[in-house]
Design a protein around this ligand. Structure first.
Ligand code: 5GP
Length: 205
């Protein structure tokens, strides 16, 4: 039977390697990645339509008004939201879609899509996270301090997630996430139509 796609929410601390994990999942296992809309300014190297769809507040508001977002949230000073059209089309075509979003968005998705899996990617420890942020060498002490403060706050939301995945070894982490998704797709609740179909098939033999 044709199955509709599956929704995967991935959140995690900045510096935990969440972005790299997601990139590998897309490259290696063919997941679709949703590109969010945001009102924040592009960072150096970011391209409109690739990292984000960069919007003015007015444009973002009209996306909300026209029901163009399946979820949205304010994070720090900016708005972020998941465009509805892409996600719905991909899922209808049977493709599994990854949303890389923060906790308010994750909770919102879980309400609308109870079968969605919510994963939180973390470094092995707070010290390891700090070491990674420092190791990048791209951020000032002030920025690192801010990110760590944010991570401390975000650690309070980890309870919301179905799965906590430690990113110690990148490839292992990617395979673990892939396995979790595959297991999620075998859950009974996700297979209710399929169960019914097989039961009917037997009945009609
Ligand atoms: P950044 O500005 O660093 O790219 O992203 C800030 C935060 O916003 C990250 O935690 C990121 O996962 C989250 N985010 C990105 N896109 C969305 C979205 O569409 N919806 C929600 N709720 N959060 C998002």
């Amino acid at each position: 039977m044709e199955k509709k796609g599956f929704l995967i929410v991935i959140s995690g601390f900045s510096g935990a390697g969440k972005g790299t994990v997601v990139k590998k999942l897309v490259e290696k296992h063919g997941y679709s990645l949703s590109v969010s809309a945001t009102t924040r300014a592009p960072r150096e190297g970011e391209v409109d339509g690739r990292e984000y769809y960069f919007k003015t507040e007015q444009e973002f508001q009209s996306l909300i008004d026209y029901n163009g977002l399946i979820e949205w949230a304010k994070y720090v000073e900016n708005y972020y939201g998941t465009p509805r059209k892409f996600v719905e089309e991909e899922m209808a075509a049977g493709r599994d879609v990854i949303l890389e979003i923060e906790v308010q968005g994750a909770m919102n998705i879980k309400e609308q899509y109870p079968d969605a899996v919510l994963l939180f990617v973390t470094a092995p420890s707070a010290d390891a996270l700090e070491a990674r942020l420092r190791g990048r060498g791209t951020e000032t002490d002030e920025v690192i301090a801010k990110r760590l403060k944010r991570a401390a706050e975000e650690s309070q939301d980890m309870n919301v997630y179905d799965y906590i995945v430690v990113n110690d070894d990148l490839d292992e982490c990617v395979e673990t996430v892939h396995s979790i998704i595959r297991a999620g797709k075998c859950k009974r609740s996700y297979n209710e139509d399929f169960i019914k179909e097989i039961q009917d098939e037997f009945k009609n033999r």
